[in-house]
Design a protein around this ligand. Structure first.
Ligand code: ADP
Ligand code: MG
Length: 226
């Protein structure tokens, strides 16, 4: 199992008490599969991704990423795990305004000390995989919303992650373009063998996943894909 959440509970400080964002959540995501997470606003979807990304440490429960028990890691170990094993796509493509599409990808790998030529080739291959190789020299303001989100996804794949965590990637897109981004995520998941978690509020998009789970008040309810 590439991503495992076992009996995870997460609370946040809330006035005098605590707010339970995740309540005994267990989830297994195998390599090459997409699990869609749906649920109302405030139900805990982003919290689930933050815990899986090791950005937030749960009060209770285990988070295992590509065989690594994350509770055993110190902050530097968690940062290394994120860099090497986890790709994250947030709701808004937080691209750097001054960089071209290919450079957005290249800066990811420069942090890990790979050779520049190999890095550029890998970046172009990934842009090709998301259908943007012809736009590699464009800066974010010269790209549409959907194109920016594709760059964002390609960037998340730059370090060959085992786990891909995607939070509402289509919220800034119309339904059709959003559907194309979800189809792309499913295809990339198959091709690259990532364990993918896709948070979406769009039920039609969610049914393209292999597994569909619903979150309500921090609790998971499994649901069959229609
Ligand atoms: P969703 O992504 O489904 O909209 P979230 O995971 O963002 O839900 O939020 C779940 C609950 O946790 C909400 O009640 C939200 O207000 C609360 N919450 C989220 N992040 C924090 C935080 N950093 N501090 C305090 N409360 C938070
Ligand atoms: Mg959210």
């Amino acid at each position: 199992m590439t991503l495992l959440l076992d009996d995870v509970t997460l609370t946040y400080p809330d006035g005098d008490g605590r707010l339970t964002a995740l309540d005994a959540v267990s989830l297994e995501v195998p390599a090459g599969r997409v699990t869609a997470v749906v649920g109302p606003s405030g139900s805990g979807k982003s919290s689930l991704l933050a815990v899986a990304a090791t950005l937030v440490t749960p009060d209770r429960g285990r988070v295992v990423v590509a065989g690594t028990e994350t509770a055993a890691l110190d902050p530097a170990g968690r940062a290394a795990l994120r860099r090497e094993r986890i790709g994250i796509v947030f709701q808004q493509p937080n691209l750097l305004p001054s960089l071209t599409a290919v450079e957005q990808l290249q800066v990811m790998a420069h942090l890990s000390g790979a050779r520049p030529k190999a890095v550029r080739e890998r970046a172009l291959t990934l842009l090709d995989a998301v259908g943007l190789v012809d736009l590699a020299a464009r800066r974010p303001h010269q790209l549409s919303g959907g194109q920016r989100q594709r760059v964002n996804i390609a960037r998340a794949l730059m370090n060959e992650p085992s786990v891909l965590l995607v939070d509402e990637p289509t919220s800034a897109l119309d339904h059709e373009r959003g559907g194309a981004v979800v189809d792309l995520l499913v295809a990339l998941t198959r091709e690259r063998g990532t364990a993918t978690v896709l948070v979406t509020h769009d039920e039609a998009h969610a049914t393209r996943a292999d597994t569909l789970v619903q979150v309500e008040d921090g609790r998971l309810t499994s649901r069959a894909v229609a």
